[in-house]
Design a protein around this ligand. Structure first.
Ligand code: DGT
Ligand code: CA
Ligand code: CA
Ligand code: ZN
Length: 580
C-alpha cells in the first residue's frame, strides 16, 4: 500500500468519525495524519521495514496512529474502518462524495430527514426540504442537487492512476503462482481510460484452481462475488471489482483482444470479419461455414492479438485508440499514427515551488527534473489573486526570477525558464501587469475563480487571455476535476479556433484528477494544428511523475510527438509562441 492509499483510508476514517459526531480532536488527528502522509516523500512501508526508525518519528503521528498504519501496511485493511462501516449505512458514503457536502451536513440530512442515498437526497432537494434545515438554505440545496450526478459516477469509477497502483500490486502477487504462463490486464485499464470501472485480468495457465486460489489470497480482497471453472470475480476493500478469466494458450490472444474492447471497437471488428465470412470471438477467429464457437473447427488465429488482427488484415491497434473513432479509418489509409511516448517528452512547462503552494523549493524541483532527464522546465507559481496559495505579486515574482537566473548560471544540462501561472481575473484581465508578463519566458493563463460564471462571461475571459500578447498557453482549459467538479461552461471548439488564430498553445494537464483537455478535445486541437503541451502542474517532486498519465491521455487522442510541443527543444517552442 502506497502513501496516497494510506492517506485515503485515514481520510475515510475521519469522515465517518465526523459523521458520527465523534470527538473533534480524534477526527482532526486522522485528517492531519492523512494530509501529512499524502505528500510524504518516502514510502511509509520503507520506514516500517527499517529497524532503526519508527513511524512515530514523523510529526503528527502518535503511537495509536502508527499502529493503524502498520496494520494497513501488513493486511491491506483497517479494522477500525470496517467497524465504522458497519455502524454507518453504506449508502451514506455516497453522500460524502458530493462536493461541498461534508460529513457534518451529511449527518444532519441523515438524522433530520432520514436521507441515506443519493436518490433520496435528490428527491428531498427537489421537494425543497433540504433548504429548510438549519445551516443549509436554497443556495446550498442547489449546489447539492447539481453535485449528485458526479457523485453517482464517482461511486462507480476510480481514477486510472489508482487502478494502476492496484494493478501493479496484483500483478506482482499473481506472479507468485508458478503455473501462470501469461498474464495481462484487459478492459478500460489497458486502454488507458481516465477512469476504470473494474479490472479485467486474463491468465493463461494449465489449471484455473491454483490461479483462483492465488487471487483469493490477494491483500484487500473482501468478497468473492463468483467463482466458476474459468471465471472469477472478487471485490477489494476499496470497492474495486476484479474479473479474472483463465484461458488456454491457443485462445489467449483472442481473449485479450475481446476483453480489451472497447465494446464499440469490437462491434466494428466483428462486422469486418463477417464481410469476409469470418467470425471473431473470445476464443479465436473462425470461418462461419465451420460453426464458429469454441471447439467448432480449427481457429484461424487466437494465440496472439497480432494474429487475430492479422487474419483480418488489420494492424494490432494500440489499446489506447480502440474506441471505434478513427482507428479503422487510419488502418484503411495505412496511416496509423505513431503515438507519443513518455521518452519523447523533454520539457515540463507547469510546476510550483514553495514560493506558493508547492512542497519543494526551486532548486529541489530543478534537481528532480534533471534526474528525470528533462532538458528544460518552467517555474510557474501562482499569481497574487490566488491568495490561499500565497500567490506572487510582481516584486516576489521578480525576486524568484533572479533566483532562476542564478540557478541557470550553475546548471549546464537543464534550462530553467522564468514563468508564471497568471490568474485570469473574475472581471476579466490578467492578474499581473503587462510589463511583468512581457519579461517572462512562459506565461500560463489559468482561471481559478469565478468558475461558475455563465458561458458568455467565462468565454470572454478565456478568449481575452488567449489574445493577450504575452500569454503562451491556457492552463487546464476546462477546469474539470474528474469525479469531483464539472468543467466550466466553455465552448472548447471556439477556444481551439482562437488558439489556432493567435498562435497559442493549449495544455494537457497530466494530473490524473484533471487530464484537461480530454481526449476528444485534444483530437480537435490536433485537427486545428494547435500544439498541445503536456504539463505535470507538479506541486512536489513526486508530482513530476504524473507526466505518464498525460502521455497516456495524449495517446488516447491519437497524438504523435509532432503534435506535442514539449517534445521539442525549447528554442523551437519559444519560436512557436513568438517569444523571440
Ligand atoms: P469499465 O470496466 O466500465 O471501465 O470498461 P471496460 O471497457 O473494461 O468494460 P468491461 O469491464 O465491462 O468489459 C471489458 C471488455 O470486454 C469490454 O471493453 C469489451 C468486452 N465486453 C464485455 N462485455 C461485452 C459485450 O457484451 N459485448 C462485447 N462485444 N464486448 C464485451
Ligand atoms: Ca473493466
Ligand atoms: Ca469487467
Ligand atoms: Zn498550476
Amino acid at each position: 500500500m502506497n502513501n496516497p492509499a494510506i492517506a485515503t483510508v485515514l481520510e475515510q476514517v475521519a469522515d465517518l468519525l465526523e459523521f458520527q459526531n465523534s470527538n473533534p480532536f480524534r477526527v482532526r488527528a486522522y485528517r492531519s495524519a492523512a494530509r501529512r502522509i499524502q505528500d510524504f516523500p518516502e514510502p511509509l512501508s520503507e520506514i516500517v521495514a527499517d529497524g532503526d526508525r519508527q513511524l512515530t518519528d514523523l510529526d503528527g503521528i502518535g503511537k495509536d496512529m502508527a499502529a493503524k498504519i502498520a496494520e494497513l501496511l501488513e493486511t491491506g485493511k483497517l479494522s477500525l474502518l470496517e467497524e465504522l462501516r458497519e455502524q454507518v449505512p453504506e449508502e451514506v458514503f455516497a453522500l460524502l462524495r458530493i462536493q461541498g457536502l461534508g460529513p457534518k451536513k451529511a449527518a444532519i440530512l441523515y438524522k433530520e430527514l432520514g436521507i441515506a442515498s443519493l436518490e433520496m437526497l435528490r428527491e428531498a432537494c427537489e421537494a425543497q426540504q433540504v433548504r429548510a434545515l438549519k445551516g443549509f438554505g436554497a443556495k446550498t440545496e442547489e449546489t447539492i442537487l447539481a453535485g449528485i450526478p458526479l457523485a453517482e459516477q464517482a461511486g462507480k469509477r476510480i481514477y486510472w492512476a489508482e487502478a494502476d497502483q492496484i494493478a501493479g500490486g496484483l500483478l506482482t502477487h499473481m506472479r507468485g503462482e508458478k503455473s501462470i504462463r501469461q498474464i495481462e490486464f484487459a478492459g478500460s485499464y489497458r486502454r488507458g481510460r481516465e477512469t476504470v470501472g473494474d479490472l479485467d485480468l486474463l491468465v493463461d495457465a494449465s489449471r484455473s484452481g491454483p490461479v483462483m486460489d492465488r487471487l483469493e489470497e490477494f491483500a484487500g480482497v473482501t468478497d468473492i462475488l463468483a467463482r466458476g471453472e474459468t471465471k472469477m470475480s472478487v471485490r477489494l476493500e476499496v470497492g474495486l471489482q476484479i474479473d479474472l478469466r483463465v484461458v488456454r494458450a491457443e485462445s489467449f490472444g483472442a481473449a485479450l483482444q475481446y476483453f480489451t474492447g472497447s465494446k464499440e471497437h469490437n462491434v466494428v471488428l466483428r462486422g469486418m470479419a463477417k464481410d469476409r465470412g469470418l467470425k471473431v470471438n473470445e476464443y479465436g477467429v473462425y470461418r462461419v461455414d465451420q460453426g464458429g464457437s469454441e471447439g467448432d473447427g480449427e481457429s484461424l488465429a487466437g494465440r496472439t492479438e497480432e494474429d487475430v488482427y492479422g487474419v483480418l488484415e488489420l494492424p494490432c491497434f494500440p489499446p489506447e485508440i480502440r474506441e471505434a473513432r478513427q482507428e479503422f479509418h487510419w488502418a484503411k489509409e495505412d496511416k496509423l499514427p505513431e503515438l507519443i511516448e513518455l521518452e519523447d517528452v523533454v520539457g515540463d512547462l507547469h510546476m510550483h515551488t514553495t514560493a506558493t503552494d508547492g512542497k519543494a523549493t526551486l532548486r529541489e524541483m530543478a534537481a528532480a527534473a534533471r534526474e528525470r532527464g528533462l532538458h528544460y522546465i518552467a517555474i510557474t507559481d501562482h499569481s497574487k489573486r490566488v491568495s490561499m496559495a500565497r500567490g506572487l505579486d510582481e516584486k516576489r515574482l521578480r525576486r524568484q526570477w533572479e533566483e532562476v537566473d542564478e540557478l541557470n548560471g550553475e546548471l549546464d544540462d537543464l534550462l530553467v525558464l522564468k514563468g508564471v501561472e497568471c490568474d485570469v481575473l473574475e472581471k476579466g484581465g490578467m492578474d499581473l501587469p503587462d510589463d511583468v508578463l512581457a519579461e517572462a519566458d512562459w506565461v500560463v493563463a489559468s482561471l481559478h475563480y469565478g468558475q461558475k460564471q455563465p458561458r458568455a462571461q467565462i468565454m470572454a475571459r478565456l478568449l481575452e487571455a488567449i489574445e493577450h500578447p504575452h500569454v503562451s498557453i491556457l492552463g487546464h482549459p476546462t477546469g474539470r476535476l474528474i469525479n469531483r467538479r464539472e468543467p466550466y461552461d466553455v465552448d472548447v471548439e471556439q477556444i481551439i479556433a482562437a488558439a489556432a488564430e493567435q498562435g497559442k498553445l493549449l495544455e494537457l494537464n497530466a494530473n490524473p484528477a484533471r487530464l484537461d483537455l480530454n481526449d476528444i478535445h485534444l483530437a480537435a486541437a490536433s485537427r486545428h494544428h494547435v500544439p498541445v503541451v503536456i504539463s505535470t502542474d507538479a506541486h512536489s517532486v513526486a508530482g513530476l511523475d504524473v507526466m505518464r498519465y498525460g502521455v497516456l491521455q495524449a495517446r488516447r487522442a491519437g497524438l504523435t510527438s509532432k503534435e506535442v510541443a514539449n517534445t521539442l527543444p525549447w528554442e523551437q517552442v519559444r519560436q512557436m509562441i513568438g517569444n523571440v
